[in-house]
Design a protein around this ligand. Structure first.
Ligand SMILES: *[C@@H]1O[C@H](CO)[C@@H](O)[C@H](O)[C@H]1NC(C)=O
Ligand SMILES: *[C@@H]1O[C@H](CO)[C@@H](O)[C@H](O)[C@H]1NC(C)=O
Ligand SMILES: *[C@@H]1O[C@H](CO)[C@@H](O)[C@H](O)[C@H]1NC(C)=O
Ligand SMILES: *[C@@H]1O[C@H](CO)[C@@H](O)[C@H](O)[C@H]1NC(C)=O
Ligand SMILES: *[C@@H]1O[C@H](CO)[C@@H](O)[C@H](O)[C@H]1NC(C)=O
Ligand SMILES: *[C@@H]1O[C@H](CO)[C@@H](O)[C@H](O)[C@H]1NC(C)=O
Ligand SMILES: *[C@@H]1O[C@H](CO)[C@@H](O)[C@H](O)[C@H]1NC(C)=O
Ligand SMILES: *[C@@H]1O[C@H](CO)[C@@H](O)[C@H](O)[C@H]1NC(C)=O
Ligand SMILES: CC(=O)N[C@H]1CO[C@H](CO)[C@@H](O)[C@@H]1O
Length: 462
């Protein structure tokens, strides 16, 4: 009789183990199944991007160009010659007639009898392409000039008439090496973008000071060293992006003279010190990133005046003090990253504010905690719950909470793509139940084996 009992129990326990294993396998299969469409999407986007890259290189676009008929006027022969001397393929047609919806390799004015280039973009050019001075001279009608993936030698300087004419200059992974003085000659620019080219200087001020009409300035991933300029002559600046450089020193309080600033990206530099209180004067600021520096101190109170702010990234610094409640009263805020700092105290946000945000990150602040009566642990905030004194609960549970959430975000690519912070709760519960079932199954089987063992023992002893 007892034997019958124990076999039934053993059978039951192995069934439950099998069931829980099946659940786990299914969860993995689900993951794989989910990753298959993702893989396909990635593959197709890769192919699509490849096609795009081919289409944007000047050669095919120009060679596909039908002969100019609509306008009756073609490109100034001097400019045509200049393009040819720069290796720009023009053999099969008029560069002005290229209908370039996506690519814009060239754009021309409507002058008679000859049209002139106003915009030129050289992409993926051959490394031994030469830019003859005479050719550049005859291109002095250009208002916009862009080099994209053209690792050629920069011309010694642009001819004066071209400098006077240029309003927009873009250099992305091109021209090998530039100097501050070389760039500073382009005085009339309203738009400057230099990305992924070393710019030799330790005084960024030199680049910008002669440019009085700048509205957008990006000098990013250029190994720019020195300090953020103290003085600005381009007071109309709307976008300033000096990210991914080697800038040192502090964020100067004089930054507030740039009263029209909407974008300020100083991320990935070596900035130190505190954020100036004058930051609150930048009334139009929408997008501010100070991420990945060594900034410290607290978030200035004046920031509460930044009512247009959409995107605030203070991650990976040493900011400390408590997180101000006013952040949750900023009506436009959609992206808030406070990750990896030294913030302390109780997180002053409620669930309805966190739901409103598209991205919220606050992990990696070991002295910060959340009030578990206001916020669910399912939010996976990456910080510990508070004890009744408003301090993070004692170390052991704290560590397990941290590990849990960092596991999740590290291995979930959705989160990297900027998925909603609170959307995590859905993901959390996705593999929550199967873990629970597994736990119960294991517990149950252990209990059953214990019973069998005890029964056997009692039989043997008896
Ligand atoms: C092409 O030019 C149009 C109008 O000037 C502009 O809106 C568009 O962004 C440009 N496209 C590219 C890829 O530069
Ligand atoms: C800037 O453009 C104006 C005309 O808009 C021209 O008179 C002036 O010479 C240019 N400045 C430089 C430095 O080339
Ligand atoms: C900046 O400097 C680093 C280290 O010297 C180098 O690896 C990197 O390629 C440089 N970046 C640019 C854009 O030249
Ligand atoms: C700044 O420039 C970098 C490099 O082009 C870019 O990745 C980043 O998105 C820019 N920042 C802003 C705020 O646009
Ligand atoms: C803000 O800048 C980041 C890059 O730093 C960019 O990804 C984001 O789209 C920008 N947001 C707005 C609202 O401009
Ligand atoms: C925050 O950091 C600043 C600068 O490092 C320091 O002077 C201050 O004492 C810190 N405050 C707190 C509350 O830790
Ligand atoms: C959440 O916080 C915001 C801002 O502090 C506040 O306006 C709102 O009333 C709060 N909502 C709830 C449900 O407490
Ligand atoms: C958490 O919130 C509850 C309800 O608002 C409040 O009574 C309690 O004091 C808070 N706890 C901490 C540590 O702030
Ligand atoms: C829990 C878990 O799956 N962690 C993995 C997250 O991803 C890293 C790198 O891909 C792995 O090393 C971890 O084991």
């Amino acid at each position: 009789m007892v034997f019958l009992w124990s076999t039934t129990l053993a059978l039951f326990s192995s069934l439950s183990v099998a069931y829980s294993l099946r659940l786990r396998v299914r969860a993995q299969m689900d993951r794989r199944a989910a990753s298959l469409p993702l893989l396909l999407a990635l593959l197709s986007s890769y192919i699509w991007a490849g096609g795009g890259a081919v289409a944007t290189s000047p050669s095919p676009a120009a060679s596909l160009a039908p002969p100019a008929t609509a306008h009756g006027s073609t490109l100034d022969p001097r400019q045509l010659t200049a393009l040819q001397s720069m290796g720009f393929p023009t053999a099969t047609g008029d560069p002005c007639a290229v209908p370039s919806p996506a690519d814009n390799a060239t754009a021309c004015d409507d002058d008679e009898p000859f049209r002139h280039l106003v915009s030129l973009r050289l992409a993926n050019c051959s490394p031994d392409l030469d830019l003859p001075t005479t050719a550049l001279h005859s291109l002095s009608t250009l208002r916009s000039l862009a080099f994209v993936s053209c690792p050629i030698h920069a011309p010694r300087s642009f001819p004066d008439p071209l400098v006077a004419s240029l309003r927009s200059f873009t250099c992305t992974a091109s021209l090998r090496r530039l100097t501050a003085v070389w760039l500073s000659r382009l005085k009339n620019l309203t738009e400057l973008s230099v990305v992924g080219v070393p710019v030799a200087t330790n005084r960024p001020f030199v680049i910008f000071s002669p440019m009085r009409h700048l509205r957008s300035a990006t000098v990013s991933a250029t190994n720019l060293s020195g300090k953020v300029p103290l003085r600005w002559n381009s007071l109309d600046l709307v976008h300033l992006n000096l990210s991914s450089n080697l800038l040192k020193g502090s964020v100067p309080s004089t930054i507030s003279v740039l009263g029209y600033l909407q974008t300020l990206d100083l991320s990935s530099n070596g900035l130190t010190g505190t954020l100036p209180n004058t930051i609150g004067d930048l009334a139009d600021l929408k997008n501010a990133s100070f991420a990945r520096n060594s900034l410290s101190g607290s978030i200035p109170d004046s920031m509460s005046q930044l009512s247009a702010l959409v995107h605030l990234d203070l991650s990976s610094n040493q900011f400390n003090g408590s997180i101000p409640r006013f952040l949750s009263e900023m009506k436009s805020l959609k992206f808030l990253n406070l990750d990896s700092n030294n913030f302390q105290g109780v997180l002053p946000f409620n669930a309805s504010f966190l739901r409103r945000l598209e991205v919220f990150k606050v992990g990696g602040n070991s002295n910060l905690c959340y009030n578990h009566t206001l916020l669910s642990s399912k939010l996976k905030l990456g910080i510990a719950p508070c004890d009744k004194y408003g301090l993070p609960v004692s170390p052991p549970p704290d560590r397990s909470t941290r590990e849990d959430s960092s596991d999740y975000s590290d291995n979930d690519s959705d989160d990297e793509n900027g998925e909603k912070g609170s959307g995590n709760s859905g993901g959390g519960s996705r593999h929550g139940p199967s873990k629970l079932v597994l736990g119960v199954a294991i517990g149950l089987s252990c209990f059953v084996f214990l019973v069998i063992f005890l029964v056997c023992l009692s039989k043997v002893c008896g």
